[in-house]
Design a protein around this ligand. Structure first.
Ligand code: 3EB
Length: 333
């Protein structure tokens, strides 16, 4: 029952291989580069094909309190403790199949792997879609991706109440990269009252809906973990402030605040505990406009990674995701 908490830190690339403090174990290390890369020697190491914009290159390092095992199965690389798994899959695209089929098969492979090992509850998933704005069999490739993902969830019997928190970003790197955390216990999905749930968006955005929750509270005891999905300048279902980066940022921050409120675990003051954000920017040069505003909003205890990435809707300039970890050592269940 006492599922392993996931502890996040952003570490300088030079230090990523040094052992973590506090009697914890490295569970996953996510770096950023020109292509998606999986380390055959260690499935804990993953490189996402997005350009990092921070002056000092940072890795996302996830740790757990339990020593994990690791392995490969059917193109799925994984690292697992008793109650938690990190799993990833890189699906090559073929000339004949559309992206909907590729995404369907990738998701089914992943969901089957998770089910076989008893990790029935997806908590958080990241998706990197090549050429996200191009057409694929007559529809935008983001929509094709949504179709395949939604079909796989229905096939696996996973309904809206069990959708994970998610990010979906366009990448210049080839292959559909998907990585996820899943658990034996379900998390608690959180929606944003300022937005329609993505899985209820009108079909004009996609013939089958984007299957994700706005946020998800992790299921472990004695610790809080809040996964916040990629959050953008969307109110209701509409993109707001087309062509105005500053207003899009303000709208996005209002959405992040609303999600934190709705989760009833408003992140503790930045002085007390670190918070972690990842910012995806369509136009890398805009980092100079975004970074000071975000630093002001988030306070000194926040670490942020900036990446160049394409947000699923063309008119959106940026998207921000988050993770907050609060260790409540004083709690007695
Ligand atoms: C939005 O709110 C912006 O399809 O998994 C953000 C996070 C977005 C995840 C996904 C899409 C996804 O609709 C786009």
């Amino acid at each position: 029952m006492d599922a392993t908490p996931l502890i996040l830190d952003y570490v300088a690339q030079d230090h990523a291989s040094s052992p973590p403090a506090l009697a914890t174990h490295v569970f996953a290390t996510i770096g950023f580069g020109d292509t998606h890369d999986r380390d055959p020697a260690d499935p804990a190491n993953l490189t996402v094909g997005l350009r990092q914009l921070n002056p000092t290159g940072l890795h996302e390092q996830w740790r757990t309190t339990m020593a994990p095992s690791r392995g490969w199965q059917n193109n799925v690389g994984f690292v697992a403790t008793r109650d938690l798994v990190f799993a990833h899959l890189l699906a090559e695209e073929s000339r004949v199949d559309g992206l909907a089929d590729t995404a369907f098969r990738a998701y089914l492979t992943l969901l089957t792997f998770l089910r076989d090992r008893g990790f029935n509850h997806l908590l958080r998933i990241w998706n990197f879609v090549p050429a996200v704005h191009e057409l694929d069999q007559g529809i935008e490739r983001y929509q094709a991706f949504c179709i395949g993902r939604d079909r796989a969830f229905s096939r696996a019997g996973i309904g809206a109440s069990a959708f994970p928190a998610a990010t979906a970003i366009g990448s210049a790197a080839p292959g559909l990269l998907v990585y996820a955390f899943a658990a034996r216990q379900p998390g608690i999905p959180i929606e944003n009252p300022r937005q329609i749930s993505a899985y209820r968006y009108p079909t004009r955005y996609s013939p089958r809906p984007p299957a994700f929750a706005r946020a998800l509270k992790a299921p472990w005891r004695n610790a809080d973990g809040l996964f916040i999905s990629g959050t953008a300048s969307v109110r209701g279902h509409r993109s707001m402030h087309r062509g105005n980066l500053h207003s899009q940022l303000q709208e996005t921050l209002a959405n992040l605040d609303a999600i934190a409120d709705a989760s009833s675990t408003r992140p503790p003051p930045a002085e007390a505990l670190p918070r972690y954000l990842k910012v995806y920017l369509r136009h890398p040069a805009k980092i100079t406009d975004v970074a000071p505003v975000l630093a002001d909003w988030s306070g000194p205890g926040t670490k942020s990674i900036y990446l160049r990435g394409e947000i699923c809707r063309r008119e959106l300039e940026l998207e921000i995701e988050g993770y907050n970890y609060a260790h409540t050592a004083h709690s007695h269940p």
